[in-house]
Design a protein around this ligand. Structure first.
Ligand SMILES: [Zn+2]
Length: 538
């Protein structure tokens, strides 16, 4: 019997939950949330809920001062200011600087503190609630800081503005917010504004914990790829303190190609990069006009203004038509005259409006404001052009990482590397880098065999003819390393014709697809040939 009663109670319980909670309370709660009111759950840092029933902002978020400032300056702005923005590093920064959320004061409602009391460690000696990794992630991706309200994946919508409803005070600007959001979260929700930058992945190179977070080994980590393997060149620091770029595909390098991917010192690459970037900064009148157009579009002023004029125009045309029609329909002369007068006025107004639009179109394609903005951008870019090489590396790195889409490095011939740079927005730079030492080409088994058999048998000219792509120095070095000896002295008879030729193809131009070699540089750099670094047999 008890069993039966229990089952019945369970059944009622289930019905109650389904009907009352799920069917009535939840939708009500959802509606409430979508009108911008607090509907329970965690309150974002920097806000408190207004629990005063008589207040105009009842059940809405209010800015809570000591925390709000921290959210703005020490979460969003600090994150954006990092050379390599990282949520984990942000947490460490707070820890290092001894920062924490100050405890809530007595004026704050108990309900706000109660939620926190369970969730946060309030360690003794601490000056506040601890900041941790998850919090940082939540804050950097929470649209509540834009003043928006999201409940169960749906955003409170303002149908008049056809944009998310502003439910409370925003703490950060939308540019800063979405910049951080894109780095932390993979994808934007469907109701968010679409991404404008093409940057989809943000590469974070492995970074030693001991190294300072602001130390920059290479200006654009992760953006330069090896042309042969497509892998990202990684920067590594030598014991001497110099930094080199290496292709990480060691296995494929030894297995598939006759030469190893070039290992490049960072300095010349960066010099070319900065040079190419500065070349991009020179703006002409057409660029300025283009910038003004962009500024105009962002303001949306002109569109709004002209559409108002157009609306007015359409209205007046309608009036004119109607007045003319009426004047024809009525018999009374007085009335007809009145309508005709009305028509005349409408025609007059139409003429005015048409002149106005024509004038607006002719005078300038964009408003003075947009033009001023574009000119300011031009001045700015000129100033960057002048001072960029002297900027601190951290700042250079941030700017270049924003400007650079991707880059490719690969050998053009033994003594030159091609550097292909694709900027955001589509323009392209090409630079060639001269190598002090020629590209190393590994010795094949055939070559080794030939050296073993004939090193002691042939004259030097015969040896060089046998191995047309090797210099005397490299043959000597190779033989010494392998312990192959060549006897000295008059008693040695040597043959002067090579018994065979072991030819290897020279380094192929791996950068052909990227438009290399550049004009008039198919050969070794003249400076190199003169300095004697290049043997005739390169
Ligand atoms: Zn490679």
């Amino acid at each position: 019997m008890d069993c039966e009663q229990f089952r019945l109670a369970c059944k009622y319980g289930k019905q109650y939950i389904e009907h009352h909670i799920k069917g009535r309370l939840h939708p009500a709660n959802h509606r409430n949330a979508l009108s911008g009111r607090y509907a329970g759950g965690p309150v974002p840092w920097g806000y408190v809920v207004d629990y005063d029933r008589h207040s105009a902002t009842y059940k809405r978020f209010l800015r809570y001062e000591p925390h709000a400032t921290l959210v703005v300056h020490h979460v969003f702005e600090r994150f954006a200011a990092m050379v390599r923005p990282s949520v984990m590093e942000l947490t460490r920064v707070w820890e290092r600087e001894g920062r924490a959320w100050p405890f809530f004061g007595p004026e704050v409602d108990e309900r706000r503190k109660r939620v926190l009391g369970q969730a946060l460690t309030r360690s003794d000696g601490a000056n506040g609630y601890r900041f941790h990794y998850r919090q940082a992630q939540h804050i950097l991706t929470n649209v509540a800081y834009l003043g928006w309200c999201v409940h169960r994946g749906e955003v409170a919508w303002d149908y008049e503005r056809s944009a998310p409803l502003i439910c409370h005070e925003a703490l950060v600007g939308s540019d800063l917010f979405w910049w951080c959001y894109d780095l932390v979260a993979g994808e934007r929700p469907p109701w968010a504004p679409p991404r404008v930058s093409a940057q989809t992945t943000y590469y974070r190179p492995h970074h030693s914990r001991r190294a300072s977070p602001d130390e920059v080994w290479f200006l654009t980590p992760g953006r330069v790829r090896c042309v042969t393997h497509g892998s990202r060149y990684s920067a590594s620091k030598e014991a001497t303190g110099s930094v080199r770029l290496e292709c990480p595909s060691y296995d494929r390098q030894t297995g598939e190609t006759a030469y190893l991917c070039p290992v490049i010192a960072v300095a010349p690459v960066e010099a070319k990069l900065i040079d190419a970037f500065r070349a991009e900064l020179r703006l002409d009148a057409r660029d300025v006009a283009h910038l003004a157009q962009i500024a105009q579009r962002r303001q949306g002023q002109r569109a709004a203004a002209t559409s108002l004029v157009q609306q007015e125009l359409a209205k007046q045309r309608l009036l004119l038509e109607r007045a003319k029609r009426r004047a024809l329909q009525v018999d009374d002369d007085g009335m007809a005259a009145e309508f005709l007068d009305e028509a005349r006025r409408a025609r007059q107004r139409i003429r005015e409006l048409e002149a106005q639009t024509a004038q607006a179109d002719a005078k300038s394609a964009f408003g003075a404001d947009a033009l001023r903005q574009a000119e300011r951008a031009e001045t700015l870019s000129r100033r960057i052009w002048e001072t960029f090489p002297d900027w601190p590396r951290a700042a250079q790195s941030r700017v270049l990482s924003l400007a650079l889409n991707h880059a490719v490095i690969g050998p053009v011939h033994r003594h030159a590397l091609g550097f292909y740079i694709q900027w955001q927005g589509g323009s392209v730079s090409r630079r060639e880098m001269v190598r002090t030492l020629g590209q190393h080409v590994r010795w094949s088994a055939d070559e080794e065999e030939a050296i073993r058999r004939y090193y002691d048998v042939l004259t030097w000219s015969a040896l060089l003819a046998m191995l047309p792509f090797r210099s005397r120095e490299s043959i000597e070095t190779f033989a010494r390393h392998r312990g192959i000896v060549r006897r000295r002295g008059r008693g040695v008879e040597r043959v002067s014709t090579p018994p065979l030729v072991v030819s290897r193809s020279p380094i192929e131009n791996a950068m052909r697809a990227y438009g290399f070699p550049l004009a008039a540089s198919g050969e070794p750099h003249p400076a190199m040939a003169m300095s004697g670094l290049v043997s005739s047999r390169w």
